[in-house]
Design a protein around this ligand. Sequence first.
Ligand SMILES: [Zn+2]
Length: 215
Amino acid sequence: MIKVFAYNSNICYDGQNLKKNSDTINLALEEIKKVNFSENDINYVKKIGAKPPFKNGKEAYDFIKKSNIKVKFAPMPSNDTHAQWDIDENTIKINEIYKNNKNKAVILAISEAIIHEAGHAKDNDGESSIQEELNCLSLNAMAHRDYNRKYPDIYNSNTQESIVKNGVTLYSEAYFETNPYKLIKKVQKSYSHLPTGDVLHPASYLAYTIKYNHF
Ligand SMILES: [Zn+2]
């Protein structure tokens, strides 16, 4: 999603100046560096039709740094819009309702949102498609599983924040269910208005199913 909103200029991290900050966003960025996608997960998401833009969290983190992408909190249209990539500002924006939130599950969820948006930033075209979303969603879904392995029970701690409860947890579940029905329904709900694919993200069978088969 690419939109420019008025926001306060509370920059929590910028690519030049990582050391100065020690807040929620920096903690999330530190987690990204350590994310590993399991080989099984990578093979699985590829098999169902996604093409993950990064091999692991380190690659996403290095891309963010190399490209001088800023990550900061900003207002969003609703509590269920967790993050946005703003190409005009070269900035990944995170919903400001999580500002200074130190709940570990929220920090991890923010890091998943950052990985997702970095996937959008990689093609540098400011456009999206169902296939591009599938590719980027596979990143947060796989990162979520890595966190579940590393921090058992972290997402079971009655976290009520929407980015955890209605965001990253549901996408990871939908991605890795044996039956892709849940994933199709979920992606349809948010992204079926987008084109099926684009030049840089040729549509898979899954993307076509999401676009044209409404169950
Ligand atoms: Zn997206």
